[in-house]
Design a protein around this ligand. Structure first.
Ligand SMILES: Nc1ncnc2c1ncn2[C@@H]1O[C@H](COP(=O)(O)OP(=O)(O)OP(=O)(O)O)[C@@H](O)[C@H]1O
Ligand SMILES: [Mg+2]
Length: 197
């Protein structure tokens, strides 16, 4: 079952899926899913990607960034842990100025929560840019809610099973996130519905 996401009318009334699953048959399909997710993003969003080596986390982020107008090359920032790109929020997002900084994390080599703190990740993820995080499970306890979660898995030759969901701050309680952002979001959960194919 999938649940539909409805943005508040103040943000343009754009509908989308809050939770879903697909089987991708090619890198192009995975990139296209990234582009679809990009249309849902709002300033300050955090997207946590999990999945084994080579499942397509970077591939999906490349599609997502392309849809946001990023022209710089998008690659796994394995050694620097964070790359930054300049992009544009999707049409319909509530923003006088659509320019947005995209922070692309790769936590594969993260040594621990202390390193995440040293990177200034808390400020970045709590800021008004977009945070896209590969190997998010390595920093799981330190990632804020609400956040998007995307889980990719190998599913045979050239195929990937990809699931995504939007986890609201309410799941852990606004106080536990240490931020008030969750309560100011314009997102509202609507009645469960079918995910568009
Ligand atoms: N359906 C598919 N979706 C995405 N990538 C695919 C698919 N089929 C094959 N591939 C290949 O799998 C690889 C995915 O690489 P990518 O760097 O995106 O993975 P990753 O999850 O970011 O890995 P890492 O954990 O090393 O950062 C690419 O070489 C891509 O061509
Ligand atoms: Mg990668």
């Amino acid at each position: 079952m999938a649940v539909r996401l409805e943005r508040g009318s103040a943000e343009g009334g754009v509908d989308g899926d809050l939770e879903g699953r697909m089987q991708s048959h090619s890198p192009a399909e995975t990139q296209a899913l990234g582009a679809r997710l990009a249309q849902r993003l709002q300033r300050g969003d955090v997207v946590a990607f999990t999945g084994d080596l080579g499942t397509g986390k970077t591939c999906m982020i490349q599609g997502l960034c392309a849809a946001l107008g990023v022209t710089d090359p998008v690659n796994s920032p394995t050694f620097v842990l964070i790359n930054q790109y300049e992009g544009q929020l999707p049409a319909g997002a509530a923003a006088a100025d659509a320019a947005v900084t995209i922070h692309h994390f790769d936590l594969y080599r993260l040594s621990g929560a202390a390193e995440l703190f040293d990177l200034g990740a808390e400020e970045i993820m709590g800021g008004d840019g977009l945070s896209l995080i590969e190997w998010a499970d390595r920093g799981a306890g330190a990632l804020p809610l609400p956040r998007w979660e995307v889980a990719l898995a190998h599913a045979g030759d050239g195929r990937r099973d990809i699931r995504w969901q939007y986890r609201s701050a309410g799941e852990r309680g606004a106080a536990a996130t240490g931020q008030a952002r969750g309560t100011s979001r314009k997102r509202q959960e609507a009645e469960p519905g079918e995910m568009p194919t």
